[in-house]
Write a protein that binds this ligand. Structure first.
Ligand code: ADP
Ligand code: ADP
Ligand code: ZN
Length: 214
């Protein structure tokens, strides 16, 4: 099961990917989380990536593709995985297809979590993330049990710098220009599934399970 999560920033890709990973016991690979880990560790990759991320722009394809291709060759990916936040451009999708073809496999499906722009800013301003374990919360829609503390690992939660309103507007524009064309790319291959992401997160997950099977 090799699944791609598509959707605007804040649509709920990460939230659904976490639930999929748990139910189907496959790794959740988030390129955003990988970059943020590199930034907090101060690696060379993190320093380069931060120049783009802070402005709400995409990190150049060449900084992302090899990292993902290496990751999916790891033994824990043998039974499948969920890619969350990758691919984000047509060239990234083409590189992924090529790498998978060389491995003798292909993408199972791409799930688009569909949420209109108006709903996005509200989701992003309330988003809180655990930098330690990657769990995602929302102060209204998915609040942690203890304010600002991760339910899963007890770390303090963090409001991402790139989730402020001005940067979110740039990210939405970048999404429409560079990432949305992937919907047609996977639709033409017969791989695209769309779920209505405006509903409650458990309802969205039920639609995902209908697609992937129990
Ligand atoms: P969101 O969850 O809001 O969709 P992510 O955590 O996936 O955001 O990504 C945060 C930032 O990391 C993006 O705005 C972008 O700068 C960078 N990034 C993540 N994945 C990619 C990718 N596949 N290609 C280019 N940039 C990426
Ligand atoms: P993405 O990975 O697509 O950027 P996230 O999964 O991080 O999006 O979700 C963005 C914010 O919206 C988070 O604060 C999350 O808790 C919240 N959220 C996710 N799905 C839903 C939903 N169906 N309804 C309301 N809020 C949601
Ligand atoms: Zn945590």
């Amino acid at each position: 099961m090799k699944i791609i999560m598509l959707g605007a920033p804040g649509a709920g890709k990460g939230t659904q990917a976490e639930k999929i990973a748990e139910k189907y016991q496959i790794p959740h690979i988030s390129t955003g989380d990988i970059f943020r880990a590199n930034i907090s560790e101060g690696t060379a990759l993190g320093k380069k990536a931060a120049e783009y991320i802070d402005q709400g722009l995409l990190v150049p394809d060449e900084l992302v593709v090899d990292l993902v291709v290496d990751r999916i060759h790891q033994p824990d990916c043998d039974k499948g995985y969920i890619l969350d936040g990758f691919p984000r451009t047509i060239p990234q999708a083409e590189c992924l297809d090529k790498a998978l073809a060389e491995m003798g496999t292909s993408v199972t499906c791409a799930i688009d979590v569909d949420v209109p722009d108006q709903a996005i800013i509200r989701r992003m301003s309330g988003r809180r993330a655990c930098l330690h374990c990657g769990a995602t919360y929302h102060i209204e829609y998915a609040a942690p049990e203890k304010e600002n503390i991760c339910d899963k690992c007890g770390s303090e939660l963090h409001h991402r710098e790139d989730d402020k309103e001005e940067t979110v507007k740039t990210r939405l524009k970048v999404y429409h220009d560079q990432t949305q064309p992937l919907l047609a790319y996977y639709r033409e291959k017969g791989m695209l599934k769309v779920v209505d992401g405006t509903r409650d997160l458990d309802e969205v997950f039920r639609s995902v399970v209908e697609i992937l099977g129990e």
